[in-house]
Design a protein around this ligand. Structure first.
Ligand code: 13P
Length: 250
């Protein structure tokens, strides 16, 4: 069965409101010849303006994180209903920068996923191993615990809009892309783990994105792999011509 491609840009802490609007206005020129879901994830501050600029285009606007509480004394945090009100319909959770720099654990992410699902936000849940974990042959252990602990307690039905992003930490922002074969191997592993915890139907239907130094020059060979359904792009998603070429991969 064919899974719909999903091409996503994570802007991280980049772009002013105006830069974000200019960027997405330029992206409207993409042909979207692969009939992909296209997503952009601006900073919280730019979500509203970017969502307004994209009204009627079908582009998905995502937040890069959200908190699991609804409201209250949680200085600096942003709730799912707040990002929804701003115009986001999706949220990236568990990005390795959130895990490494801001203490997001699988347990916290499990709660964030619950909060996002309660508000019908589409969740892009990121998993991936560090270089040390890869070299110690721990890929399977790490990915399995990220999936099992992060997704604990949910049914396949509750997770039907979920998207997984495999982002090996050693490939993020380093220019060192995983080879298409390395990506394919871990994507197949992710489907195997998901088959065990959520069933074969779920595992066959879920979209799994690769992220880590994706660029116009390597997207075609990555997208050619059977278990790769899309990409989550950092640096190159900030450049309109580059991201447009990635959207219209061959
Ligand atoms: P780069 O594409 O800059 O390596 O970033 C990948 C990423 O972390 C996307 O979420």
């Amino acid at each position: 069965m064919a899974r719909k491609p999903f091409i996503a840009g994570n802007w991280k802490m980049n772009n002013t409101i105006q830069e974000g609007v200019t960027l997405v206005n330029a992206l409207k020129a993409a042909k979207n010849k692969n009939n992909a879901d296209i997503m952009v994830a601006p900073s919280f501050t730019a979500i509203n303006a970017v969502a307004n600029a994209l009204k009627g285009t079908g582009f998905i606007v995502a937040a890069q994180d959200c908190y699991f509480e609804e409201k209250g004394a949680f200085t600096s945090q942003v709730s799912p209903s707040q990002i929804k009100e701003a115009g986001a319909t999706a949220v990236i959770l568990g990005h390795s920068e959130r895990r490494a720099l801001f203490g997001d654990t699988n347990e916290i992410l499990n709660k964030k996923i619950a909060a996002a699902l309660r508000h019908n936000l589409q969740v892009i849940y990121c998993v991936g191993e560090t270089l040390a974990e890869r070299e110690a042959n721990k890929i399977e252990t790490v990915i399995t615990s990220q999936l099992v602990e992060g997704l604990k307690g949910y049914t396949a039905e509750e997770l039907k809009t979920l998207v997984i992003a495999y982002e090996p930490v050693w490939a993020i922002g380093t220019g060192k892309t995983a080879t298409p074969e390395q990506a394919e191997e871990v994507h197949a592993l992710i489907r195997k783990v998901l088959t065990k915890i959520l069933g074969a139907d779920f595992a066959n239907n879920i979209r799994i994105l690769y992220g880590g130094s994706v660029k116009a020059e390597n997207v075609d060979s990555i997208m050619a792999k059977e278990n790769v359904d899309g990409v989550l792009v950092g640096g190159q998603a900030l450049i309109a011509e580059k991201f447009t070429r990635i959207i219209d991969y061959e």
